[in-house]
Design a protein around this ligand. Structure first.
Ligand code: SF4
Ligand code: SF4
Length: 355
């Protein structure tokens, strides 16, 4: 089970996507429940994954230290904007299995949405972790907008040589509507994904599996069936614990009643809830898409037609990945690439799979 643990509702940035901190009355900026309750919950689970989240989790490094010193978990993960990397000592950094750094691609794009100087700081954090000897999965976590050129921005991050994987989320449904999502999807995103897939396959032919997380994860699902619905596990094998001890199904759905299920010391709160139904369960892409994002499925803030437009982006991505799958199978059978290199994510590390 994945436990997404909020350390604070506060953020030190005010990115255009989410605007910064949560309201303090909803997600307090300090942990206000007894952390021993978290310890009791997590330690009942022999395969617990604890992922620190916020706000910006590094605004509360004391809580991170306490949890890592006192709570037994199979894996520790952190999702951070990277700007405060000095607030945690190297010995803690080296214990993470996965570190996800928020960066959107090229410098001008990242800084346009996240603030001036953020790109440099996050790349500095990434290099710092590598210099420390961090050998875990260092994931560049992109938010994708209509300014993104998916080919250029993914390649920019991959070719930096510091990230093991690049993942992205489309800034859709919870954001304001784009100028024209369908136009961007058809003229920029899908052609860019095709180029990325060509390059990915060429590289696989030479024995190298490029760390493009959605490609690897969809192929892993296709070959080995590694995730369910939704692919992020929200409400099924992933729960989020807010700083006030409340449990929600998805870490961004902190206000929505469908997401609020109980408190950290109430075990029934963590009983799986399968909320994704139609139109997903009858969709021919469901076994690979899993209904995409539970929040988007439940909220549909762009209406039915907006939901369908996003589905076309998902279906386009899946088609492109399925297009390379037969050749990838041959490469696996011939031993040109290995299952170990392709299999992703190896555990639920908060990479939600479907952008
Ligand atoms: S493509 Fe759309 S309808 Fe189909 S499973 Fe995914 S989210 Fe549901
Ligand atoms: S993919 Fe959607 S439902 Fe899943 S954690 Fe992210 S926002 Fe929540």
């Amino acid at each position: 089970m994945l436990y997404i643990v909020f350390t604070t509702g506060q953020c030190n940035l005010a990115c255009k996507y989410c605007g910064g901190s949560f309201r303090e009355d909803r997600v307090p900026w300090r942990v206000s429940y007894d952390p021993l309750k978290l310890k009791r919950l997590v330690e009942k689970d022999p395969h617990a994954v604890v992922a620190f989240y916020g706000g910006e989790p590094l605004l509360n490094p004391d809580f991170i230290r306490w949890v890592m010193d006192n709570v037994k978990a199979e894996h520790f993960v952190i999702q951070t904007n990277g700007t405060l990397y000095r607030s945690l000592e190297p010995r803690y950094w080296l214990r993470f299995s996965t570190v996800l750094l928020s960066v959107d691609g090229r410098e001008e794009l990242t800084d346009k949405y996240r603030g001036r100087g953020v790109y440099r700081r996050v790349m500095e954090a990434a290099r710092y972790l590598r210099e420390l000897g961090f050998r875990g999965d260092l994931v560049a976590r992109m938010t994708v907008t209509e300014d993104t050129d998916i080919y250029l921005d993914v390649m920019h991050l991959l070719s930096s040589g510091v990230f093991t994987n690049v993942h992205w989320q489309l800034d859709v449904i919870w954001s304001d509507r784009w100028r024209s999502f369908p136009e961007w999807r058809d003229r920029s995103y899908i052609p860019g994904l095709r180029r990325l897939a060509e390059l990915w396959l060429k590289s696989a032919e030479e024995g190298t599996v490029l760390g493009i997380a959605p490609f690897k994860a969809i192929l892993s699902q296709y070959f080995w069936g590694i995730y369910g619905s939704p692919p992020c596990g929200a409400g099924v094998d992933s729960f989020s614990i807010l700083t006030n001890g409340e449990v929600v199904l998805c870490p961004i759905a902190v206000y929505e009643s469908w997401s609020r299920v109980g408190r950290v010391d109430e075990l029934p709160a963590l009983a799986p809830r399968h909320l994704v139904g139609e139109p997903c369960t009858s969709c021919s892409y469901y076994h690979l898409c899993g209904g995409r994002c539970l929040y988007a499925y439940m909220e549909r803030l762009w209406g039915e037609e907006g939901f369908r437009e996003v589905c076309l982006a998902t279906k386009g991505l899946i088609e492109i990945v399925l297009g390379v799958a037969p050749r990838v199978r041959e490469l696996l059978e011939k031993g040109v690439i290995s299952k170990e290199k392709l299999y992703y994510p190896p555990f639920n590390n908060t990479v939600e799979v479907i952008p």
